[in-house]
Design a protein around this ligand. Structure first.
Ligand code: F6P
Length: 501
């Protein structure tokens, strides 16, 4: 008998053999009915249809958000302003597959990118490394994101220049961290004795700005395009996910896309009452209304998913961390702070606050049914891992009375339980798509455009005059229109010959 036969509405739901249990949310049948009614009132069903139909739902940038096309393996036509995008998407798949077959004798791949051009592939490579039996091609995959040269130095100390391939990943191809790191890596290849033609041969780009990649010196044949209708944080399904295909083969990459596609079909077609991303979004909305929560946590009980919360932070907070709605009006709610890390480690860190702190923090407990290694200890260890996961959720929900106030657990602390049958490329893809669709649902419920990120720009602008002031080495910088008195004093501190005793 399938374990899915234990499902018992209204708290247990499943899609693609992933189970969602909301029993500890404290929402009764009437509560759910009200939430679904509110979702319908917010035109959520129309929003989902528009999302998949390629309507310009990214209203501030006047473009669609069609990352779903990148995992539309059936190639059902998807029209943007009347033109089917699937032939171009399929052409990139063909080129990725060809590249997988072409790269022989490559020891190191340096993937240079930041934010959405980094988190997705980095998480996937980390996670898939733990899948028992998954054949890796054994290349060293290095992810270079930070402008801090510590990361660069660490990578370059390990990579073998003559058998390294460099993939510059940037939707805009203007991100300073990425272009400067790319220049540094090219300089390293040169200093290591690679000829210009060897460097050109080693250099690849994944971008929506083909001109800039060509200007940088990347051969046109080595440029993998993606498009302005794919948001950076939604781009792992494009050639941004190249490391997955290169390391584990094109079939594995397709499995990753297939898992996401399966969730998309569910999200698009299931009624709201059975729709996992919608139910997850509504449970958070309920806790916002009821407890005015300011944060929530995602705790994967799988070491392989330790990078998942970092990926989720960009997804949720860059998408929905906004104060105004689609019409520029102040919002009632927007994204809470998101954080998390792998359980059970997390229990030994901040769970004290979950149990007894003054803040109520809803949690998504994410568990995997199968053990994540083929070690002889795997079954016994996995049982303990899962016991901990279940025990934490129960303790948080029910609490405990005691005569000593110090030993009281208040309880009524909400959580979801999400169970994946196993962690492989398919279920990893499904998990990420589940959360992407949840994020989009929350945006729709809050009337926020989840597909732009204007708030990241101002700091980048201010960094320019500050960098100039630092480069001047002067320690008498005065405040001006671009640099305030506090920052001027900090620049002067950095520029002075101060040496701590
Ligand atoms: O600064 C934020 C951001 O624009 C993200 O949205 C994006 O994922 C990241 O920078 C990297 O951008 P790009 O892929 O254009 O280099």
């Amino acid at each position: 008998m399938s374990y899915l036969s234990h499902l018992n509405p209204p708290n247990l739901h499943s899609a693609v053999e992933i189970v969602l249990d909301t029993a500890y949310q404290g929402i009764d049948t009437q509560g759910w009915e009200k939430l679904f009614a509110e979702a319908r009132q917010s035109q959520l069903e129309q929003f989902i249809a528009d999302l998949f139909a390629g309507k310009h739902i990214n209203n501030s940038e006047d473009r669609p958000a069609l990352h779903s096309a990148l995992r539309n393996l059936t190639k059902t036509p998807i029209l943007i302003d009347g033109k089917d995008v699937m032939p171009a998407v399929a052409d990139v798949w063909r080129r990725i597959e060809a590249l997988c077959n072409k790269w022989v004798g490559v020891t190191d791949v340096i993937h240079i990118g930041i934010g959405g051009s980094d988190f997705g592939p980095r998480l996937a490579i980390e996670a898939l490394a733990h899948v028992p039996g998954l054949q890796s091609r054994g290349m060293r995959m290095h992810f270079l994101a930070n402008i801090d040269t510590a990361e660069l130095a660490r990578i370059l100390a390990r990579a073998q220049p003559h058998s390294t391939r460099v993939v510059i990943v940037s939707k805009s191809f203007t991100t300073l961290e990425t272009t400067m790191n790319a220049k540094a890596v090219v300089a390293w290849l040169k200093d290591s004795g690679c000829t210009q033609s060897q460097i050109t041969h080693a250099l690849y780009a994944v971008t929506a700005n083909i001109h800039a990649a060509k200007d940088f010196g990347v051969d046109e044949d080595n440029i993998f395009p993606f498009w302005d209708w794919v948001g950076g944080r939604y781009s792992v399904w494009s050639a941004v996910g190249l490391p997955i295909a290169l390391q584990y083969g094109f079939e594995t990459f397709k499995q990753f896309l297939a898992g996401a596609e399966a969730i998309d079909l569910h999200f698009k077609n299931a009624p709201l009452e059975k729709n996992l991303p919608v139910i997850m979004a509504l449970s958070l909305l309920y806790q916002q209304e009821k407890h005015h929560i300011k944060a929530y946590a995602a705790i994967p009980y799988a070491d392989a998913l330790d990078w998942f919360p970092k990926w989720l932070q960009q997804l949720d907070m860059e998408s929905n961390g906004k104060s105004v709605d689609r019409n520029g009006k102040p919002v009632k709610h927007s994204s809470p702070v998101v954080f998390g890390s792998a359980g059970s480690n997390a229990q030994h860190s901040y769970f004290q606050l979950f149990h007894q702190g003054t803040e109520i923090i809803p949690i998504d407990f994410i568990a995997v049914r199968d053990p994540m290694s083929d070690r002889p200890e795997a079954v016994a260890h996995h049982r303990i891992l899962l016991s901990n996961c279940l025990a934490q959720a129960q303790a948080l929900a029910n609490g405990k009375t005691a005569s000593n106030p110090n030993d009281v657990y208040p309880g009524k602390r909400p959580s979801n339980f999400l169970l994946l049958p196993k962690l492989n490329a398919f279920y990893l893809g499904a998990l990420l798509a589940l959360y992407e669709n949840r994020t989009a649902t929350l945006g729709a419920l809050w009337n926020i455009n989840s597909f732009d990120q204007p708030g990241v720009e101002y700091g980048k602008v201010l960094a320019k005059p500050i960098e100039k002031a630092l480069a001047s080495h002067q320690s008498d910088i005065q405040s001006n229109a671009e640099i305030d008195a506090v920052t001027a004093a900090r620049i002067n501190l950095l520029n002075s010959n101060y040496s701590p005793s």
